[in-house]
Structure formats: structure tokens, C-alpha cells
Design a protein around this ligand. Structure first.
Ligand code: 2DT
Length: 211
């Protein structure tokens, strides 16, 4: 049986990730592609015990050292790794709002070393496509809700964006995120759909980060 496709959305805060992730799932469900239950999935997954700690950190109710925070974000992914692999193995496509790239980008932006940050996520299921929604910090800042949580200020976002630029590589599709949400969704579909079809037609294993 062909495996499912692992699709990841990344980008700065308020770039439209959450909306586009949802529209992508809706679009895929109309095509009849087999999907995992309860999509889109997201990181941080605030419903797990580790996720609850991350939630208190992100809403500034607790403090964590940068290294501890990084490892908890990574552990939050590791606690889902088997679930992701199982879903893909059953032929179900999985769509994530944020993944390990956010983990590295935010932590390196705080001053942690790139190699150290990458190491924690090494071996996680490798996405078949990373859809990076590109929106200028100034545009993101103008969007509703910007500034509510830790890290949502322009200087941090610029630093995070610079790390994302270093992470962009094979398997990434940079999509222009400005404009009407339906237009952006069309651009996303144009990059996601060929990947889903290619993965469905191949009979390969899910890869591992950072390969
Ligand atoms: P949301 O606003 O998308 O819920 O993200 N973050 C996220 C990290 O610092 N490291 C990580 O590994 C992940 C997944 C980015 C909440 C914030 O958490 C940050 C924004």
C-alpha cells in the first residue's frame, strides 16, 4: 500500500499558516486523498503534558531557559513521532502547522548554536514538502492578533526569518503569502498536489531529518 504524504507548513507568526493549513486539508479532503484523523495537526501540540508546559511558557506564565525550552519543543515532536509514522504507514496523509524548522529557527534566533539545535530533532519523520509562507514582517505585524504571545515582536521575527532563510533547501516550496487567502490557497495547491501524487506513485519509506 502506498504511504501517506507528510506536508508541513512553516513561516513567521501571522503569515497565514493556520488558515492555509486548514484550507489545504479541506482541499485534499475534496480530492479523496486518505487523510489522518483530526487534521491539521500542529506543533507545539499543547494537549500533551509537555505541551501544557510549553503553553504556560508561551503565554509567559512560566520561564524556561532557552536550552530547556528547545528540548521540550523537540520532545513534544518526539512524543508524536510514532503516531506520525503509523498514520503515514496506513496510507494517510498528514498536514502539520509548524515542525522542527520552527524549533530550530526560534531557538537559533535566541542565540543557541545551529548544530546543537538541529541535533535534538535528528531522526524525526522527514516531510515530503515544506510549504514556507513568505510574508514580510511589516505585513505580518499589521495582521490581527500579532503581539499576543512570546516572540511576536518585529525584531525577534526578523531574526527568526533570517534563520528560516538558512534552513531553506531541498523539499522546500516558498509560497508568496500576501494577497487574498483564496489566491494563496491556489498557490499552495500548485506545490502540494504534485508532491502528493508523486509520493502516492512511489513506494518508498518515510525519510528522516535531516536527510
Ligand atoms: P503557534 O503560534 O504556531 O502556536 O506557535 N515555537 C514553535 C518554538 O519556539 N519552537 C518550536 O519548536 C515550535 C514548534 C513559535 C507558538 C510559538 O512557538 C514557537 C511560535
Amino acid at each position: 500500500m502506498p504511504r501517506g504524504t507528510l506536508i508541513v507548513f512553516e513561516g513567521l507568526d501571522r503569515c497565514g499558516k493556520t488558515t492555509q493549513t486548514r484550507l489545504c486539508v479541506e482541499g485534499l479532503s475534496r480530492t479523496g486523498v486518505k487523510l489522518a484523523a483530526g487534521l491539521p495537526w500542529r506543533f507545539p501540540d499543547r494537549t500533551t503534558p509537555i505541551g501544557e508546559v510549553l503553553n504556560t511558557y508561551l503565554t509567559s506564565k512560566t520561564e524556561l531557559g532557552d536550552e530547556a525550552a528547545h528540548l521540550l519543543f523537540s520532545a513534544n515532536r518526539w512524543e508524536k513521532a510514532a503516531t506520525i509514522r503509523e498514520a503515514l504507514g496506513r496510507g494517510e496523509t498528514v498536514v502539520y502547522d509548524r515542525y522542527a524548522y520552527s524549533g530550530v529557527a526560534y531557538s537559533v534566533a535566541k542565540g543557541l548554536g545551529m548544530e546543537w539545535c538541529l541535533a535534538a530533532d535528528e531522526g524525526l519523520p522527514r516531510p515530503d514538502v515544506v510549504v514556507f509562507l513568505e510574508v514580510g514582517v511589516d505585513e505580518a505585524r499589521g495582521r490581527e492578533g500579532f503581539g499576543g504571545e512570546r516572540f511576536e515582536e518585529a525584531e525577534t521575527q526578523k531574526r527568526v526569518g533570517a534563520v528560516f532563510d538558512r534552513l531553506k533547501g531541498e523539499g522546500w516550496s516558498v509560497v508568496e503569502g500576501s494577497g487574498r487567502m483564496e489566491e494563496v490557497a491556489e498557490r499552495v495547491k500548485a506545490v502540494v498536489w504534485p508532491v502528493v501524487q508523486a509520493v502516492t506513485g512511489r513506494d518508498d519509506e518515510v525519510g528522516e531529518l535531516w536527510g
